[in-house]
Design a protein around this ligand. Sequence first.
Ligand SMILES: Nc1nc2c(ncn2[C@@H]2O[C@H](COP(=O)(O)OP(=O)(O)OP(=O)(O)O)[C@@H](O)[C@H]2O)c(=O)[nH]1
Length: 461
Amino acid sequence: MKSKAAGSKPGDKKAQGDLAGGMNNLSVEEKVTVKSKNLNVLDEYSKSKRKKSANFVVIGHVDAGKSTLMGRLLADQGAIDQRTLDKYRKEAEKIGKGSFALAWVLDQGSEERARGVTIDIATNKFETDNTAFTIVDAPGHRDFVPNMIAGASQADFAVLVIDSSIGKFESGLKGQTKEHALLVRSMGVQKIIVAVNKMDAVQWDKERFTEIEQQISSFLTTAGFLEKNISFIPCSGVLGDNITRRSEEANASWYRGRTLIEELETSEPYTHALDKPLRMTIGDVFRGGVQNPISISGRLDAGSLQIGDQILTMPSGEKALIRSVEVDSEPSDWAVAGQNVTLNLANIDPVHLRSGDVVCRASAPIPTITTFTAKVLAFEHLMPMLVDVHRGRLHVPARISKLVASLDKASGAALKKRPKIVSPGTVARVVVEMDQAVPLEAPTRIVLRSGGTTVAAGLLE
Ligand SMILES: Nc1nc2c(ncn2[C@@H]2O[C@H](COP(=O)(O)OP(=O)(O)OP(=O)(O)O)[C@@H](O)[C@H]2O)c(=O)[nH]1
């Protein structure tokens, strides 16, 4: 994964903070205590002008224009400098793919450039006045569904990109459009913004837009999205209409709604449980030198923390002290849920830290469990069978031990109790037993895989 997520190497001078200097004679613990300010983090957060953070996943059929649209968003928001953009444009023209230049802002791998298809998940960041956004660009190609699931598992909301051109909308609807939308909903994403893209290719035809709006809207509501959480924007990634600027008069003059960026700004991250117990899933572990032995990075799922706090890591049950904190690669005294952070730790052996482990506090530890019930969307036939449970980068051998019921997608009501088999496209409640105890609690997003294929994805109950 080409993640550019927060995280400097622990050898960085900056990460060591000013713990050195005149405090060389103190033990690590004493140094940390000296640095700790004992802040009321939630007060600090509400006083601070710090921007809220939001992650969104971009989904849609192959070639719907996802990368171009997001490249446009990044370029217009100033996240890409003009020189880089010009360079991409020149390179693209050299191999006769001029129109791909914007997409390259996201699809940075050379293999992807040659094929013009997004393979991996790229994370990209941009900011507005109020929010720091991270885009997880999900690929539209059929083979890449597992990557898209990883993207969806980090998302606060989704942008569904639809190709409005004649024939393309229809084939997309039969292709990944529905599959992706159903998947993000099953993973607990509640809000979806539909970018009705390539409107330039249908001469900004209002009737075409309305037809697409009606069809997608009826599908999304049966997939369990509430009408108030769905919005539609007629736009063109290539031309930039209704992305960060209003459409030209001659184009969608009939549209008075929000631009994509305005819609993103009004989308509140769905769970930033600031006042809940601390939870942070470790993404990466960095080992450094003697001075600065160990750092971890990841996103704070819930709660808050500050320099000097003692944390507990699960499942090892080991404690550690927070020496320094970085939020989005900038030094900070504290961090709250929703932020991407790097923590430099003291008093812990790195063998106790692995990506996928969970950071919490001894006063409110995350439970470690071996059995759970989940509401999942099936991609393959489900029956009592062996599976691997994936949560972020954690994966554990397990088995589906019981099919409790198949469920109505919209209401979640039981349709059939104790089915013998659940067919693809069905939402079901299942019981899963894992081979080892794992730190997991509701409503974590999980994926079930078997023999290298994703068989189901959903939420722990
Ligand atoms: N007319 C028109 N063409 C567009 C627009 N946006 C993208 N395209 C073209 O559509 C094709 C696919 O665009 P991409 O941005 O690569 O599509 P994608 O959805 O990211 O594709 P994958 O990464 O393969 O899933 C390219 O030829 C683009 O130039 C648009 O707004 N209008």
